[in-house]
Design a protein around this ligand. Structure first.
Ligand code: KG4
Ligand code: ZN
Length: 333
């Protein structure tokens, strides 16, 4: 049979990732080298450091993925690579490597939008999932509500006007001195705290829009902590985490329900790093009116398999890029 083999590369932020897929949805290899330990010492991702580490790891990642897949270079049908959004220096490492490979192997290169990749992670996790559906993409850099009308057709119906949901988790964590990335730490501590201890604002932005805003909530948490410190009141970190997380989850849930009402679509797909959040999964998963899908933890956070899947559908459509394709740091979906 004619099986299409995709080699995918992702270097948009702090993960050097390479994957090999068969017919877009079957993972043959999925290598992720994370730089988290390196960036932890700085309290966040340092772009220059990220680029240098991608450069050091990219060749090894590709070799390992190919080895693990059992495929030879000559069996690859096309390359899928992230060209944005992300850190420009980081993107350029993966993009340049992908171009060199495509040129040498004389195969097409498909440039993939990282956000569309996050959505596609669900096609790997749920083999029979098909569009249309509503997707809530919540990551460190993005908070979007997207109507996915087809594998390569997207309609943004809501987005954050300031901070991304994951960014809020990271900033709150940093202020509490809990480290980076904040999401998993806050999620864990919140399990031991009271979500109703502190009444943080749930910025709903009114009923006439599906947009989000998280900067007010972030400021409210910082103000609360400053006030406690000034008055000498003790801070119950677990309660702060639980109450903050509760406000985020309620906001996201509110907008998802509003989007369902507006579109009549009840099939909801979660994507991005914050889709790993246990409270968010629980809050949406316990609603009977929702038909919910989300990827396993390792496919929620950055990886190349999701880029390969999104790239496969663009390849089927004939959406091929030239070797002059450039990185687009602020690429929109
Ligand atoms: O999708 P991702 O790996 O990278 C971006 O494209 O941004 O998302 C990373 C974000 C970080 O902000 C991290 O704190 C957050 O996802 N995150 C979580 C959880 N796991 C990761 N946020 C809340 N709860 C979690 N369990
Ligand atoms: Zn991401």
């Amino acid at each position: 049979e004619n099986k299409i083999i995709t080699l995918a590369i992702e270097t948009s932020c702090d993960e050097t990732a390479c994957a090999v897929l068969e017919n877009g949805r079957k993972i043959l290899a999925n290598e992720v080298y994370t730089q988290i330990e390196i960036h932890k010492t700085f309290g966040g991702v340092v772009p220059e450091v990220a680029s240098r580490n991608h450069l050091e790891k990219i060749a090894e990642s590709v070799d390992r993925a190919l080895n693990q897949s059992g495929k030879k270079m000559s069996e690859i049908d096309h390359i899928a690579v992230t060209y944005g959004p992300g850190l420009v220096g980081a993107l350029l490492v993966g993009l340049s490597y992908a171009k060199a490979l495509a040129y040498t192997l004389e195969i097409p290169i498909v440039a993939v939008n990282h956000i569309e990749g996050h959505i596609a992670a669900n096609y790997i996790a749920h083999q029979t999932l098909e569009p249309p559906f509503l997707c809530l993409i919540v990551s460190g850099g993005h908070t979007h509500l997207v109507k996915v009308n087809g594998y390569t057709e997207f309609e943004v119906i809501g987005r954050t006007r300031d901070d991304a949901a994951g960014e809020a988790f990271d900033k709150v964590s940093r202020t509490l001195g809990l480290g980076y990335p904040g999401g998993p730490i806050v999620d864990k501590l919140a399990k031991k705290g009271n979500p109703y201890a502190i009444d943080f604002p749930k910025a709903m932005m009114g009923h006439d829009t599906l947009d989000f805003s998280f900067s007010g909530l972030k400021s409210a948490v910082l103000n609360y902590l400053n006030k406690c410190r000034m008055k000498g009141d003790s801070i119950v970190v677990e309660d702060v985490c639980a109450s903050f997380q509760h406000a985020v989850v309620e906001t996201l849930k509110g907008k998802v329900l509003q989007a369902m009402e507006q579109t009549g679509c009840h099939k909801i797909v979660l994507a991005g790093g914050v889709a790993a959040n246990s409270a968010l999964r629980h809050a949406l998963g316990s609603l009977e009116t929702i038909d919910i899908y989300y990827p396993p933890l390792d496919l929620c956070t950055d990886n190349a398999a999701m880029i390969g899947c999104a790239g496969y559908y663009k390849f089927l459509k004939g959406d091929i890029s030239g070797l002059d394709v450039n990185a687009v740091p602020n690429l929109k979906i």
